[in-house]
Write a protein that binds this ligand. Structure first.
Ligand SMILES: N[C@@H](CCC(=O)N[C@@H](CS)C(=O)NCC(=O)O)C(=O)O
Length: 223
């Protein structure tokens, strides 16, 4: 899967339209105005298990970012790498309290929500043990638990965005998870008014609009 070309290369993002981990990296690339080559890795046909892809991403997940000779194979690490290398529209505030809060939001999404509704859990492992309704309830349980925590955390400190009026790290992680909650897991967002309002605010921003899963080049075409 690695490119054969000797030309100086633009950033490459190995990703999958529907993956929320990929979605958050697409948002950052767009927010920072970085042009990139979209390298589709189809999770439904197990392209992420290809030995060539494994050379880039030893844990065989998407996304993976290739920037020159730098290969980063985890969305949180990619976001921090991009933020430091391309400092326009910085994602981490100087204020220590606000910075910690943004990292906490990102960590709740990446540790307490996304892995529990992730592809291998509901497709590979639970397939055949739980029916599709039970699998949906499993995912909803973990998303609702995480969203309840995030709603409490943000209801008194959110401004236009999660932690004030600037778009920051927490926003980057929130939006793909809310999007997945609404479009894939039938989450009732009326229970989470702050998160629902933030989702509407993100949808006004071109970088978030451009990163929406359903409009990516590898997404199924609407019939
Ligand atoms: N910690 C990793 C998690 C990546 C991850 O879970 N990716 C999912 C899609 S969102 C995946 O590749 N699933 C395929 C599999 O686990 O086989 C990251 O943030 O990049």
């Amino acid at each position: 899967m690695a490119s054969e070309s000797n030309e100086p290369q633009k950033i490459q993002l190995y990703n999958f339209w529907r993956s929320s981990c990929s979605h958050r990296v697409r948002v950052v690339l767009s927010l920072k105005g970085l042009d990139y080559e979209y390298k589709a890795v189809n999770l439904y046909t197990n392209e992420h298990l290809d030995p060539e892809y494994e050379k880039l991403n030893p844990v065989k997940y998407v996304p993976t970012l290739v920037d020159g000779d730098v290969v980063v194979a985890d969305s949180f690490a990619i976001v921090l790498y991009l933020d430091e290398k391309y400092p326009q529209n910085p994602l981490l505030p100087k204020d220590l309290k606000k910075k910690a809060l943004n990292i906490q939001i990102a960590s709740i999404v990446t540790s307490s929500i996304q892995p529990r509704q992730n592809f291998p859990i509901d497709i590979d492992f639970l397939e055949g043990r739980l029916d599709s309704h039970e699998r949906l309830l499993w995912s909803q349980h973990h998303i609702n638990k995480g969203f309840t925590a995030l709603e409490k955390l943000l209801k008194d400190c959110a401004g236009k965005y999660a932690t004030g009026d600037e778009l920051l790290l927490g926003d980057i992680f929130l939006e793909p998870q809310i999007h997945a909650g609404i479009t894939r897991f039938e989450i009732d967002m009326s229970k989470f008014p702050t998160l629902a309002r933030l989702h509407d605010a993100y949808m006004e921003i071109p970088a978030f609009q451009a990163a929406i899963p359903e409009i990516q080049q590898d997404a199924p075409k609407a019939s």
